[in-house]
Design a protein around this ligand. Structure first.
Ligand SMILES: [Zn+2]
Length: 456
């Protein structure tokens, strides 16, 4: 049996019930009934992915053949059997114990020393990420600028929370990094950790920011990119969710969604099941595939399209970064002259994907999208295709929204690896040994394609 994460693995720890509970549980509190958490293999489930989502189950971003994977406790296994699925335990989820950082007053003034604040063996906290953005802008004033583009749900509602932040990296000339879609330079945006527990993705963003700035004077490829493009990064798209992950008590919480508890009117969710799935909340084919209206479900789509402040702020930012160049029909193509590319990172399905996600109807740019995805797949070793081809269809996603409304080229890489670096919570050492070496050439290639992604 494989274990999630390596390091201190002697103690099996409660991760938190993946199912919806009607009884309140303190945030981060250890339960007296330490359910064991399993990753279930659900045989021949691809054609019934919606049934899994509808039931509020924690459908993982993982597929092997026609099998899908669900996270949960023993009751989850009973539920899957009751739904008529054939299941097997793929692995037990065992999380090593670690001490979380102190939770400071939110919105505290950050200092340069905060870049050192970590959790779970080296992963950087939200405050560390934001201190890092400030430090890079200070260290490289001619190359980097930090932009605040909105507020998290907790901040907007006076519950602490965070600003939403991006960084723009380019050899700064007059007018660069302006919040206006008609930029002189093509724009590449790396957008990560919208699903809070996918902790590898924010770490890749951190390393990408350092790579672009620290190597500007010594690496010709980096210099070319930074001189000729605006390289934007949103490292933590869901900071409230990441705060729940990092403050998990004796274990990282497997929080996927944001921290919005306002929809829990008739039921109270357990940690880590609060919130809205931001990647099902975007106003593109909202309410379709792979969503649930169960508020504690991991793919809870929210009370209406674009209900969440994180969703609204992202859409607003993208409208300011990318011009709308595509017609209204699903098969309308973006023109070959279009500039710009949005790359979102998730984990850990080991796939490269592109629109449409809501179903497997092809876009008017299928040939060029598929060619770029093929190359990203070649670089990473991952299979590529539309979401419904290589994983499962999903509605209300970032990628469909950006392509539908703006026509910007958009791709998702599900960052993963086998062996000891598999799953949501790989040991921090996997970042340097495995993920960054795999992702760096993929990011360079994707950034270079921002010049003319739809040019045949
Ligand atoms: Zn994800």
């Amino acid at each position: 049996m494989k274990r999630w994460g390596i390091g201190v693995v002697a103690v099996a720890v409660l991760v938190g019930s993946a199912a919806c509970s009607s009884s309140a549980q303190e945030d981060g509190a250890a339960s007296n009934t330490p359910d064991r958490i399993w990753e279930y293999r659900v045989h021949d489930a691809v054609s019934r992915a919606d049934d899994l989502a509808d039931a509020g189950l924690d459908l993982l971003e993982k597929r092997e053949g026609n099998d899908l994977f669900v996270l949960g406790d023993d009751a989850t296994g009973d539920q899957l059997r009751a739904l008529g699925f054939s299941i097997a335990v793929n692995e037990e989820i065992v999380v090593p114990q670690w001490a979380p950082p102190p939770l400071r007053a939110n919105n505290a003034e950050l200092s340069p020393a905060d870049v050192e604040e970590t959790y779970y063996g080296g992963y950087r906290t939200v405050n560390a990420h934001y201190a890092h953005l400030d430090k890079v802008a200070t260290d490289y004033p001619g190359l980097a600028k930090v932009v605040t583009y909105g507020q998290s749900w907790k901040k907007q509602t006076g519950r602490g929370g965070y600003d939403l932040k991006a960084i723009c990296i380019t050899k700064q000339a007059a007018g660069d990094c302006a919040l206006s879609p008609n930029s002189a330079k093509p724009r590449f945006l790396l957008y990560t950790q919208i699903h809070a527990r996918e902790i590898t993705t924010g770490e890749v963003a951190w390393r990408w920011i350092d790579y672009l700035t620290a190597n500007y004077n010594t690496d010709a490829t980096v210099k070319q990119l930074v001189d000729t493009e605006e390289l934007w990064v949103v490292p933590i798209a869901n900071p409230d969710g990441v705060e729940i992950v990092q403050q998990g008590g004796s274990r990282p919480q497997l929080q996927r969604k944001n921290a919005n508890t306002s929809n829990e009117t008739t039921t109270t969710c357990s940690t880590p099941n609060h919130g809205v799935d931001l990647n099902r909340n975007f106003g593109s084919h909202w309410g379709g595939a792979s969503t649930t209206r169960s508020v504690c479900g991991e793919t809870y789509l929210g009370p209406r399209a674009d209900s969440e402040p994180e969703t609204q702020a992202s859409e607003s930012l993208w409208r300011k970064l990318f011009p709308a160049v595509r017609g209204p029909n699903p098969s309308d193509p973006s023109p070959a002259t279009a500039k710009g590319l949005l790359l979102t990172l998730h984990s850990a399905a080991n796939t490269v994907m592109f629109p449409w996600y809501y179903e497997t109807v092809r876009t008017g740019n299928d040939a060029t999208q598929r060619a770029i995805a093929r190359q990203l797949g070649s670089i990473t070793g991952y299979p590529y295709g539309q979401s419904g081809e290589v994983l499962y269809a999903a509605s209300g996603s970032t990628d469909d929204w950006a392509y539908e409304k703006l026509g910007v080229a958009v791709f998702t890489i599900e960052v993963g690896a086998g062996g000891n670096c598999s799953g949501f919570l790989p040991a921090f050492s996997c970042q340097a040994s495995t993920f960054w070496p795999k992702m760096r050439p993929a990011l360079i290639y994707a950034a270079q394609k921002a010049v003319a992604p739809f040019k045949p």
